[in-house]
Design a protein around this ligand. Structure first.
Ligand SMILES: NC(=O)c1ccc[n+]([C@@H]2O[C@H](COP(=O)([O-])OP(=O)(O)OC[C@H]3O[C@@H](n4cnc5c(N)ncnc54)[C@H](O)[C@@H]3O)[C@@H](O)[C@H]2O)c1
Length: 273
């Protein structure tokens, strides 16, 4: 077991699939109490079943992270059921790729709203609670525990073909996280971000081998582009969901009490050659 997670209250968005699901299950295994979200009820229920059948304590909130009050919905669920918030991992999102000369305003705004807007709303309203609880603890002279926000940026945040919208959102998440780290430091709210490369999920599997759409936008990467990306990765493979979950959970644990404002790149070695 990792120190710093047992009995803590964690909120994870996009927990119906992929990285968010993996994080929710791992945090539950480490003894956290969970509030999990996804826009799709069925996969959300599946994650809830997996956590409950392993003896975990979990509440689901089926909603879109683009809802104006999503942060309040999640914070309310955590406070009503568990009384506090210690860990927040916004991992919801999807792709709507296209070259910039063909990208519509709607295509740009949709992806900015789900990734950057969704992360902002969830972080703002949960941070409000974490900050206030830390302030009260300080006032009482109680030790203020580390509370943690772990956001998901991307290698694409440094620029990627066909992803002007997603790249802008992911670069934005890195800046947002560093600002939260500055504003949260005096309350022991630590904020860190992961920039993942190619992790094997619905978002990155070959389009040709899956028929997955979100609001009409195809999910996945054309096989040829995916193979080219794999060629450029020194480890020559995509990462697994577990390999993405590990570094996220590291930032959620007491292994990382002195880390804040960090952007950790986990990408199989891209940029080292
Ligand atoms: N897979 C990768 O290679 C990779 C790399 C870098 C960053 N990321 C990021 O990791 C996060 C998780 O992605 P994944 O790869 O696990 O994808 P995924 O498609 O497997 O899971 C994403 C989940 O988010 C949910 N979701 C989508 N829009 C939502 C909304 N508006 N409100 C609530 N839930 C919503 C989906 O229903 C899905 O269950 C995303 O932020 C993604 O951008 C992924």
């Amino acid at each position: 077991m990792l120190d710093g997670i047992k009995n803590k209250v964690a909120i994870v968005t996009g927990a119906g699939r992929g990285i968010g699901q993996g994080v929710a299950i791992r945090l539950a295994k480490e003894g956290a109490k969970l509030v999990i979200n996804d826009r799709d009820q069925e996969p959300l229920d599946h994650t809830i079943d997996l956590i409950k059948s392993a003896g975990g304590d979990v509440v689901g909130v089926a909603a879109s992270v683009t809802d104006d009050d999503i942060g309040d919905q999640l914070a309310k669920a955590a406070i009503e059921r568990f009384g506090d918030i210690h860990i927040v991992v916004p991992a919801a999102g999807f792709l709507w790729d296209g070259m910039i000369h063909k990208m519509s305003n709607e295509q740009f705004d949709t992806i900015i709203n789900v990734h950057l807007g969704g992360t902002f709303k969830v972080v703002r309203d949960t941070f409000k609670v974490m900050r206030e609880n830390a302030r009260l603890e300080k006032e009482k002279g109680v030790t203020v525990p580390a509370r943690r926000i772990v956001t998901i940026s991307s290698l694409s945040g440094f620029g990627n073909l066909g992803q002007a919208n997603y790249s802008a959102a992911k670069a934005g998440i890195a800046g947002l996280t560093r600002t939260v780290a500055i504003e949260g430091a005096m309350f022991n709210v630590l904020a860190n971000s992961l920039a993942f490369g190619l992790i094997d999920t619905r978002m990155t599997r070959p389009i040709e081998s899956q028929q997955e759409f979100v609001d009409g936008a195809v999910q996945g990467i054309p096989e040829s582009a995916r193979n080219k990306a794999l060629d450029e990765i020194p480890l020559h493979r995509a990462g697994t969901i577990e390999e993405a979950v590990g570094p996220i959970v590291f930032f959620c644990s007491d292994l990382a009490t002195y880390a804040t404002g960090a952007l950790l790149e986990i990408n199989g070695g891209v940029h080292i050659t």
